[in-house]
Design a protein around this ligand. Sequence first.
Ligand code: ADP
Length: 219
Amino acid sequence: MKKLYVFLGPPGSGKGTQAQLLRDSLDCVVVSTGDLLREEIKRATVLGKKIQAVVESGGLVPDEFLIAIVEPLLSGLNQKSGAVIFDGFPRTVGQAEQFDQLLTSLGRSIEHVLYFDASLDLVLERINGRRICSDCSRTYHVAYVPPKQADVCDDCGHALIVRDDDQADVVRKRYQAYCEQTAILRSYYADRCVVIDTSRTLDSITQMVQETFGCGHRS
Ligand code: ADP
């Protein structure tokens, strides 16, 4: 991998949307631990059955499960030619410390951490319009990032759905988990953290993110 980036921020802050846009426009791989965990749940694997209740109630999955998912991916990612973005991982200090150790053993380090800052009110408003593809997990927003055809994925044609954990009460719990366990990573990564103000328009957020990646303005 050329460079490694981490996207950090509360649920619904738009980090997944920006990761998707970069994947569409650059030679890069996006690893979303949320997508990987939802896939385990959908396939009803041993891990999926263990984590379903915690994901659906808005809590964080225990660190050891996340490391068990991420560790086997790393050597393959290290062989890739482009950039790699981790969306939603690490999410606790324990995950960040173990991630550092794994990266050090590969002679790698994180280039930048993009911290998508968003208030609870903004998050609730954004998540209210969020839709996700039932098959490939691409994310949309009914007003800000609409599909070309209502309720149908642009990429694979499958139906768009509302995520089980996107109801307001679960979102509040996810936001609380974020404040208690993840927000501290902003100071953990202070030396390489770029803060993105997500109350701005989608285009200006995209521009700022793309500048961090050295790929300039988007018309
Ligand atoms: P969002 O960023 O909108 O909360 P994600 O798709 O990244 O959505 O995550 C959905 C859920 O998956 C989280 O609420 C949590 O239960 C679980 N999850 C994802 N990544 C992690 C992680 N790094 N550590 C613990 N739990 C995670």
